[in-house]
Design a protein around this ligand. Structure first.
Ligand code: YCP
Ligand code: CO
Length: 276
């Protein structure tokens, strides 16, 4: 079954991980996918098709994966991957760092590929102030957790932490999660309820307050408006579609035609088909 779920909880070697993470602090990061970020999401490639550490975008490629210079500087992490996964199916290993206060635009991955991949996340540095979303479910991944993420469906993440949130992101060519694993996963409990965060209805007052942003919205701040509405989605019962509806309405009501067009562009690019 392809749905987001926690598949294992690993106990990481804190000392060995700290050594790798100290190196990762000195890596060069790419801001590819900045259109999906309000704030900063930075990527770094540990394994990919070219071995070039600047190639942080997911693309189709033939042949075996290559380890980049950054990958070689994370020996503990690469060893962990080798012990727990079927690396013959591995396509990409990346670090994804979300800066404090940043939020991802809800999006679907793999739209630019011939076929979807199998996405695994393992938090390497996180905090109780970091949240992920899977459609309308808000949940938390903990340090060392191994999660299968159904990245072909709309998802997002936000960090209210004071330090960068760093996840290890793996992509495999397998049709099922199990084929990517060198261990038996935990019984499928989906997203365990104890790591989910229920949302409250969006009150009329809150809706009016958000829509009132039409008085100030313009081409320069519409992404701030978008960030605010996405952050509200993490707390209130708003669907992914409604996020875009609300922001587009704010822009239109405020006479910010260009901002409204950019939001429409982003909605299609993130959720339907990649645009140029
Ligand atoms: C990806 N998803 O999975 C991207 C990374 C954020 C959105 C950046 O390739
Ligand atoms: Co994604």
């Amino acid at each position: 079954m392809t749905h987001t779920r926690r598949i294992a909880r690993l106990t990481l070697d804190a000392e060995a991980l700290a050594g790798d993470m100290a190196n990762a602090d000195r890596f060069r990061y790419s801001d590819a996918y900045s259109e999906f970020t309000c704030g900063s999401w930075k990527g770094s490639a540990l394994c990919n098709g070219s071995g070039d550490l600047y190639d942080t975008r997911i693309v189709d490629y033939e042949g075996p994966y290559q380890v980049t210079e950054h990958g070689r500087q994370m020996p503990y992490v690469l060893d962990l991957i080798g012990r727990h996964f079927r690396t013959e199916h591995l396509r990409f290993v990346r670090l994804g760092r979300i800066a404090p206060g940043s939020v991802m635009v809800p999006h679907r991955d793999y739209l630019e590929l011939d076929e979807s991949l199998t996405r695994i996340h393992i938090p390497l540095h996180t905090s109780p102030e970091c949240f992920s979303s899977d459609g309308e479910t808000i949940y938390q991944m903990a340090l060392g957790d191994v999660w299968f993420i159904d990245a072909a469906q709309p998802h997002s993440a936000v960090s209210f932490a004071t330090e960068d949130r760093t996840h290890l992101i793996l992509d495999f060519t397998t049709a099922t999660v199990e084929e990517a694993l060198a261990f038996t996963p935990d019984a499928d409990a989906g997203i365990p309820e104890e790591v989910t965060f229920p949302r409250a209805p969006l009150t009329d007052a809150q809706r009016l307050a958000l829509e009132g942003l039409s008085a100030v919205v313009d081409t320069h701040n519409y992404r701030d408006v978008l960030a605010l509405v996405i952050k509200q989605y993490f707390r209130s019962d708003i669907s992914v579609a409604e996020i875009f509806d609300i922001v587009e309405r704010i822009a239109k009501n405020g006479g910010a035609t260009e901002a409204a067009e950019r939001i429409q562009w982003l909605r299609t690019h993130a959720l339907v088909t990649r645009l140029d």
